[in-house]
Design a protein around this ligand. Structure first.
Ligand code: FMN
Length: 169
């Protein structure tokens, strides 16, 4: 059986969503027989999307919405013939404050992937049921590094998606 390919893609202006992406990558690559790749959205080529078995997408919260660059990225995906259908998808986000958009962004990313016909997975715990999200600007989480509590959700999401990928044929 060929190795399964998990692609982790993100947009990040100030590095927090990138930190979350990195923890997801660590979780995914810990699974044997899975090739994990991590890339900012502007480096993703269509061919990479098409050859991936799973795509995990991350966006910062911008005015309680997906960052426009991430939405543009998803809007650019091929749709004719639904080539993304039945790929596994998952979402992550970081937001400045608690409950001012993180969850909305996860939901919107999930909905966009469902339009593409993808199969959606959440994280490995109830606390990451819609994907992995983290708070970056409100106390006590207003530190340079993303808090361990959020990085752990990211790791668990990456690992779960990679394991699910392996169990799919
Ligand atoms: C234009 C703009 C709008 C934002 N709107 C929100 C918001 O509505 N809710 C929120 O929680 N954070 C908001 N933030 C904060 C970012 O989501 C937060 O700092 C995030 O962690 C940045 O991710 P990055 O470091 O990967 O760029 C906003 C930031 C910017 C630049």
């Amino acid at each position: 059986q060929d190795s399964k390919k998990v692609l982790i893609v993100y947009y990040s202006q100030s590095g927090s969503t990138q930190q979350m992406a990195q923890s997801i990558y660590e979780g995914a690559k810990a699974v044997e027989g899975v090739i994990a790749t991590i890339l900012p959205i502007d480096k993703v080529q269509e061919e990479m999307l098409l050859e991936s078995d799973a795509i995990i997408i991350g966006s910062p919260v911008y005015n309680a919405n997906i960052a426009p660059a991430v939405m543009e990225f998803i809007n650019s995906w091929p749709f004719e013939g639904k080539p993304m259908k039945n790929k596994l998808g998952a979402a992550f986000s970081t937001g400045g404050g608690i409950s001012i958009g993180e969850e909305l962004v996860l939901q919107n990313l999930i909905q966009a992937m469902l339009i593409q016909g993808m199969i959606i997975a959440g994280g490995d715990e109830t606390e990451s049921a819609f994907g992995a999200s983290g708070v970056t600007g409100e106390a006590p989480f207003d530190k340079k590094e993303l808090d361990e509590i959020f990085l752990k959700k990211g790791y668990g999401l990456g690992k779960r998606v990679a394991e699910l990928c392996k169990s799919f044929n």
